[in-house]
Design a protein around this ligand. Structure first.
Ligand SMILES: Cc1cc2nc3c(=O)[nH]c(=O)nc-3n(C[C@H](O)[C@H](O)[C@H](O)COP(=O)(O)O)c2cc1C
Length: 227
């Protein structure tokens, strides 16, 4: 019975690269888990620096469950116990493990979300470098014609990155700049983070209630703040 259940698992691969924006990754992970999706998580080596800088959490492969739980509990404003999240649906793969499941097209997954995506990971995926598991899993996602969402976070963008993003768009990926909008009535930093995370989940077709959708009426955002 257990073996059958294992075969039926079809997770989303979530790749967290070393761009600023670890709260975006946390919000996407919470959203996937809240929607009942399973997740295969890859955290790049560089993203440990951004995670440490942005949350104070030193992410350890050997203690990933504990560190991930602390990370996902954290609000975008830095408050440590804002969310209660069960990470049971997560399988963790070390970024250097090129023999991991998501490095093969025969491993069953729904697709991949890179959140946030560094310009280095954008370049690596556009050029097919596969320098680590995150980049390899993204190349596999493209070759298998599965959904790939790339939440790039950098500003301004140089010409090289723009060319890489066009190449990724042409290869079938959704290029989704981590660019929050202000029409949904944001009053807190978490609202802006959740808007971007919600757009990532929209691109993946995963239902969520992370932000208030545009309903065709100007002033709705201000109205929701009671202005
Ligand atoms: C605190 C910090 C913030 C960073 N922010 C960004 C960023 O917003 N966008 C980006 O493309 N790179 C950023 N970088 C640089 C990347 O971490 C670096 O290019 C790294 O090689 C990315 O590797 P990876 O794609 O394997 O994770 C940042 C680095 C640090 C230490």
């Amino acid at each position: 019975m257990e073996a059958v259940e294992e075969q039926q698992r079809r997770p989303w691969v979530v790749g967290v690269s070393g761009a600023s924006g670890t709260p975006y990754a946390a919000a996407v992970l919470r959203g996937l888990l809240a929607a009942g999706e399973s997740v295969d998580l890859v955290v790049s080596r560089a993203s440990r620096l951004t995670l440490l800088d942005e949350t104070g959490i030193a992410f350890r492969d050997a203690h990933w469950r504990e560190d991930l739980t602390a990370w996902l509990a954290r609000g975008a404003d830095g408050k440590p116990d804002t969310f209660a999240v069960d990470v049971e649906g997560v399988r963790y793969w070390a970024a250097g493990d090129l023999a991991a499941g998501p490095s093969s097209g025969s491993y069953p997954v729904k697709g991949m979300l890179i959140v946030p995506a560094s310009t280095a990971s954008v370049a690596g995926v556009a050029l097919g470098l596969s320098k680590d598991l995150l980049q390899r899993a993204a190349s596999v996602t493209l070759k298998e014609r599965r959904p790939l969402v790339i939440a790039v976070r950098e500003t301004p963008l140089n010409g090289q990155t723009l060319k890489h993003l066009v190449a990724l768009d042409e290869a079938g990926a959704v290029v989704l700049p981590a660019s929050p909008a202000f029409y949904a009535g944001a009053t807190h930093i978490q609202d802006l983070v959740d808007f971007v995370a919600g757009r990532v989940l929209d691109a993946a077709g995963v239902p969520h209630r992370l932000y208030r959708r545009w309903e065709g009426e100007l002033g709705g955002g201000a109205g929701s703040r009671g202005d």
